[in-house]
Write a protein that binds this ligand. Structure first.
Ligand SMILES: Cc1cc2nc3c(=O)[nH]c(=O)nc-3n(C[C@H](O)[C@H](O)[C@H](O)COP(=O)(O)OP(=O)(O)OC[C@H]3O[C@@H](n4cnc5c(N)ncnc54)[C@H](O)[C@@H]3O)c2cc1C
Ligand SMILES: NC(=O)c1ccc[n+]([C@@H]2O[C@H](COP(=O)([O-])OP(=O)(O)OC[C@H]3O[C@@H](n4cnc5c(N)ncnc54)[C@H](OP(=O)(O)O)[C@@H]3O)[C@@H](O)[C@H]2O)c1
Ligand SMILES: Cc1cc2nc3c(=O)[nH]c(=O)nc-3n(C[C@H](O)[C@H](O)[C@H](O)COP(=O)(O)O)c2cc1C
Length: 726
């Protein structure tokens, strides 16, 4: 049974004290009626393994699993931050809605592929794969890609003559190895004799992966239709989930925002991307001395957590949505009275749709902790919402236009960064508060449409050698103005867009600093800004520890960004702005080593050490010069081996200086360190502008004034030039 939650209220003046309760009561009665058959249910077994992936039921043999599923199409995703996974699901759903064909949506990590050669001609594998690192596969696709390097099929076959496949590669043209994994996968499969249907799709996140996908999919569906002799129009519109209300639920078994299934079960699961650890925020503070921006230093305790890290790793931080956005969406959808009702969700086709969070749960928890309602909506969401708006209404006309007209979507929705709640309000009227006839959107469709709230990653700014019990991050707070994009009356009364995670961290910092004498600089926010607020105590107040410290869900993601083991090798680190984050960890690593060797070898122990050079850039020394005091201390401890070179870009009356100009000015020293002394170079921070310009200068330096592309590539191959850019 699919549940229609209704009615919705489209009113810009929130909360509307008189009207909302009435609508809520109507909604409650309606919902009860809609859900009445399941009222007698109690909480049954808990579904799903959390916000992540279901284990396959037919074992790890992929060919067998596909055969057992009875499906002709498998959508296999390689995804790190969820985009490819969402796209694979979208694609699978479109196969169903166009052709009535259900697909197996598969995480390659859950399968073995040595029976790939046994997949018959009447099946098609659709790969949706992202590239990460420096042209590397995502964690969940790494083993599969490795297997294809030297495949040994269990039947003894050496080719994949029967296999038919489709690929959509996700990437970002800002990176050197654009869509490298999708391209490699295509080349490997072709070399093995497999046949690609349609063109190789490539999505560029720097512009719009969604638009690339939309432009590619027509040809792909045509090829798929021909190959499998599918008929269009056989489809019926079906929900993904059955939703039941559980009025007698035992609340202790209800997920109120807990991020993994294990969180309510006796579980010894280690922390990781499927099971974040609730870490106490030991300290946090504002790092910028002045200016309009904020940058948060946060220190998370990991003592007795079983978590380990190395300098250079990344920390995944799991945000929650701001109260204001949760309230507005619930209100716009007319869910006010039902927000805390316990609901269970079961996928109608488990191979096609997974419940993307642990259940049973509540709508409040879903909107606050599990779905990314704070992001700009996609064009496909507009198209999907259109069918729920009343026929012949202006709302439907607008949604259809935004869904089908790329230009209209860009200028009227994307440019204004409209969130889901804002989109629905805007679709319904021109922004004038009104009490127009509400329309309803089935709750299960919303869950299918809105992506999951994903952890954000931060380059760890500490070393376990100095801080074994804590992990530090350096996070610049994201706040950008809508006005600069041409705010118009219809969009929203809000001038700024706030990043979800960094403003959560800023909010925590302001709570922590409330007792401290110095005032948090966020008070310098302009009068127009209304900083978002968060339910920092978390579900069941679990984020507020008995020790008075706030907890934040985190996990460590290993990286390959590493210092050379020998301290005699020179090191050049280039990290303007928050790009300096991992280098604080690197330098602390060397400080810990220096302390240890000085103890055993005496005060001259660092004599043979190579130079450790940090190229740092920021706006001005008195505004955003991160960790300037610490560098002086570390330089002393490292006997002058550690030097910082600064490039200031906004000092009144002075020319702008960027780190690459400094490097260029130091070309002899830099060349000697890299070419003659076998030094290592690291670049961290902005991928788009800075990293490319720094590489250009390095190319010239290692090429001794000529194009040193070959030398640069060799350095990369030997891991002597490493990038951590985003
Ligand atoms: C490997 C890695 C390491 C990282 N390390 C760090 C680090 O050490 N420190 C750090 O501060 N950040 C770091 N980041 C970035 C970090 O992960 C987040 O992306 C960032 O903090 C924003 O998160 P948020 O939740 O606050 O914003 P979100 O709510 O995720 O919003 C971000 C989105 O807003 C949009 N956006 C951003 N700026 C603008 C703009 N000016 N105009 C229009 N739209 C815009 C973009 O669509 C962007 O995807 C790292 C990222 C990666 C991948
Ligand atoms: N993808 C993008 O389009 C984009 C753009 C900017 C930032 N970012 C993200 O924001 C992160 C952190 O930024 P932040 O706020 O910490 O840095 P920031 O404070 O904005 O910048 C740090 C310093 O780098 C300078 N800079 C700007 N462009 C540069 C370039 N092309 N080459 C070298 N230096 C440059 C800045 O100068 P100015 O005074 O000229 O700004 C400033 O002095 C980045 O690493 C990145 O993830 C992304
Ligand atoms: C740290 C990082 C490294 C990346 N490296 C590459 C790369 O080398 N080549 C590329 O084309 N895209 C690269 N990308 C872009 C991603 O492939 C792109 O954002 C994609 O949409 C992510 O998909 P996912 O969310 O499913 O992981 C990188 C992104 C990040 C955050």
């Amino acid at each position: 049974m699919s549940c229609i939650i209704t009615p919705s209220l489209f009113d810009f003046s929130l909360p509307n004290a008189l009207f909302l309760p009435l609508v809520g009561i109507i909604a409650a009665i309606f919902l009860r009626k809609t859900l009445s058959p399941s009222f007698k249910m109690s909480v049954g077994p808990i579904h799903t393994s959390g916000p992540c992936h279901l284990a396959p039921t037919a074992g790890r043999d992929f060919a067998k699993a596909l055969e057992a599923s009875g499906k002709h199409i498998a959508c296999i995703y390689g995804s790190q931050t969820g985009t490819a996974e969402d796209l694979a699901l979208t694609l699978a759903k479109e196969c169903k809605s166009r052709f009535g064909e259900s697909s197996l949506v598969a995480d390659p990590d859950n399968y073995d592929f040595d029976t790939l050669d046994e997949i018959p001609k009447d099946k098609v594998l659709i790969f949706v794969v992202a590239t990460h690192g420096e042209g590397e596969p995502t964690e969940n696709a790494a083993d599969f890609m490795e297997f294809l390097n030297e495949p040994s099929f269990s039947s003894g076959a050496t080719t994949l003559d029967n296999l038919h496949y489709i690929i959509f590669a996700l990437g970002n043209r800002t990176y050197e190895h654009f869509c490298a994994v999708g391209r490699q996968l295509d080349a490997k499969l072709t070399a093995l004799g497999a046949k690609r249907l349609g063109a190789l799709g490539e999505g560029d996140a720097d512009k719009s992966t969604e638009e690339d996908y939309l432009a590619w999919k027509a040809g792909m569906f045509q090829a798929l239709r021909q190959h499998l002799a599918l008929e269009e129009g056989r489809a019926v519109d079906q929900p993904d989930f059955e939703i039941d209300e559980l009025p007698n639920a035992d609340i202790s078994s209800v997920y109120l925002g807990e991020l993994s299934r294990g969180a309510l079960l006796p579980s010894s699961e280690l922390s990781g991307p499927k099971n974040p650890h609730l870490a106490p925020l030991l300290s946090s503070r504002e790092l910028y001395a002045a200016g309009e921006r904020n940058c948060v230093f946060a220190e998370f305790g990991i003592k007795n957590s079983g978590m380990h890290y190395e300098a250079g790793d990344h920390l995944g931080i799991w945000p929650m949505n701001p109260n204001e956005e949760v309230e507005r969406l619930i209100s716009v959808l007319g869910f006010d009275q039902r927000r805390h009702a316990v609901i269970d969700m079961v996928p109608l086709d488990p191979a096609l749709a997974k419940v993307p969070f642990p259940t049973p749960t509540t709508m409040d928890a879903i909107f606050r902790h599990y779905l990314d309602i704070n992001a700009t909506v996609s064009r496909q969401t507009c198209a999907a919402l259109a069918r729920w708006a009343p026929e012949e209404s202006e709302a439907r006309r607008r949604l259809v236009r935004w869904g089908s007209d790329k230009g209209a979507f860009h200028t009227e929705v994307a440019q204004h960064h409209l969130k889901l709640s804002e989109l629905i309000m805007y679709a319904n009227n021109e922004g004038v508060p009104s009490q127009r006839a509400p329309w309803s959107i089935p709750f299960d469709r919303l869950v299918s449409l809105v992506p999951r709230l994903q952890p954000r990653y931060y380059s760890i700014s500490s070393s376990p050698r100095l801080f074994p019990d804590s992990i530090h991050v350096t996070a610049v707070v994201l706040k950008y103005s809508r006005e600069s994009l041409g705010r118009t009356a219809h969009t929203t009364s809000e001038t700024f867009v706030y990043g979800t995670t960094t403003n959560y961290l800023l909010g925590l910092t302001s709570k922590v600093e409330m007792e401290a004498p110095q005032q948090l600089r966020s008070t310098k926010d302009t009068a127009e800004a209304r900083l978002p607020t968060y339910n920092m105590a978390g579900p069941r107040d679990k984020y507020l520890g008995g020790d008075g410290l706030f907890r934040v869900p985190i996990h460590v993601r290993k990286s390959t960004f590493r210092l050379p083991t020998s301290p005699t090798v020179p090191v050049i680190m280039v990290g303007p702005g928050t790009g300096v984050a991992p280098f604080r960890g690197f330098i602390q690593d060397r400080v810990a080593l220096a302390r240890a060797v000085k103890k055993t070898e005496g005060p001259k122990a660092l004599k043979a050490w190579g130079d450790i050079l940090l190229y740092f850039g920021c706006r001005a020394p008195d505004i955003d010069y991160l960790y300037s005091d610490e560098w002086q201390e570390y330089a002393k401890e490292l006997d002058g081996k550690f030097k910082v070179y600064t490039a200031f870009s906004r000092v009144l009356g002075k020319d702008k200086v960027y780190v690459q100009q400094l490097l260029s000015g130091h070309r002899e020293m830099v060349r000697k360190a890299i070419v003659d002394d076998g030094g290592y170079v690291y670049i961290c921070g902005d991928a788009k502008g800075m990293a490319k310009s720094v590489e250009d200068v390095l190319r010239n330096i290692v090429g001794d004034g000529q194009d040193g592309e070959a030398e640069l590539q060799l350095l990369k191959k030997k891991k002597r030039l490493q990038l951590d850019v985003w």
